[in-house]
Write a protein that binds this ligand. Structure first.
Ligand code: CAA
Length: 286
């Protein structure tokens, strides 16, 4: 199998720019693919800011930062960007039809050896793999926000993912300084199957008047040593993303225990999406 040197990351949003950051910091050549120049520029600015933060904390040197930035290119052309990629990591919004379109195009333009990975947080890996002609080279590579900080990469094998590909992606994750943990394809995988019911239950506590958002979060921070309470974390992830994932669990298992809290639905309807909209369970500076 060819060594992974060139990586294309599709999407420069919260997860995408973090993924580009860790690949570039760990000596890979990365092409960040976006749909507009402004979005690509914004992603690079975020990466620079996060690298600066690491320089300030003396985790990396100024020259490490500059070298990492030199390894990043941006592109608005998906077909060109993947034409010499050894690995493509897709990190676009959680909309199956959008991902389908992107993977069909990648599959046409990427060389035969290229491994296709998705950072999806809950869409079936098997279903996404099936839109390509190479389901054996398709895998879930699920990073966590903030990507430069969180150690986990959840690796999800689709029904047809080749064992060698899974091992390659595990080793690659270690090269990125991460800890890979493998799961089979199932709604929400492990991370969101465990995390989202906890967040949903925290929202039910507020909905039913059991406690205020502050109190719910204090219980989990001070009693369970969580770095963020579940409602602060829900805002950080995005309430729309939480709702989408809960719906995937609910529809995937057909089990009422995953039904989203009506309060979560209402907040998303009202445009209160958490950090990104300036308000969720708490208020933020935009
Ligand atoms: N890039 C680089 N470094 C960053 C960073 C970033 N984007 N964000 C934070 N950091 C660094 C800081 O510089 C700091 O470094 P030091 O330890 O050297 O001081 C460290 O991370 C901690 O940051 P802060 O001191 O600013 O703040 P904090 O102590 O409150 O920690 C946090 C912030 C790391 C986000 C912490 O609150 C935390 O771990 N929260 C939980 C996050 C979590 O659960 N993420 C998973 C979400 S689920 C998901 O992503 C996937 C999904 O499918 C939904």
């Amino acid at each position: 199998m060819k060594d992974i040197r060139n990586v294309a990351v599709i999407g420069g949003g919260t997860m995408g720019n973090g993924i580009v950051h860790v690949f570039a910091q760990n000596n890979f050549n990365v092409t960040l693919v976006e749909t507009k120049k402004e979005l690509a520029n914004r992603a690079i600015e975020t990466i620079e800011r996060n690298l600066d933060r690491m320089v300030t904390k003396e985790k990396i040197s100024v020259s490490d930062k500059e070298d990492a930035l030199k390894r990043i290119q941006t592109s608005l052309k998906l077909d060109e960007a993947v034409s010499d990629a050894d690995l493509v990591v897709e990190a676009v919004p959680e909309i199956f039809e959008l991902k389908r379109k992107i993977f069909e195009e990648i599959d046409k333009s990427a060389p035969e050896h290229t491994i296709l990975a998705t950072n999806t947080s809950s869409i079936s890996i098997t279903k996404l793999a099936a839109v390509t002609g190479r389901p054996e080279k398709f895998i879930g590579m699920h990073f966590f926000n903030p990507v430069p900080v969180m150690k986990l990469v959840e690796i999800i094998r689709g029904l047809e993912t080749d064992q060698n590909i899974a091992e390659t992606i595990q080793k690659l994750s270690e090269k990125l300084g991460k800890v890979p943990v493998t799961a089979n394809d199932s709604p929400g995988f492990v991370s969101n199957r465990v995390l989202m019911p906890m967040i949903n239950e925290a929202i039910f506590c507020v909905y039913e008047g059991v406690a205020t958002p502050e109190a719910v979060d204090d219980v989990m921070k001070l009693g369970m040593a969580h770095p963020m309470g579940p409602l602060r974390l829900a805002d950080f992830i995005g309430l729309d993303v939480c709702l989408d994932i809960l719906n995937v669990l609910y529809e995937g298992f057909k089990d009422p225990k995953y039904r989203p809290s009506p309060l979560l639905v209402k907040m998303v309807d009202a445009g209160k999406l958490g950090d990104k909209s300036g308000e969720g369970f708490f208020k933020y500076d935009k």
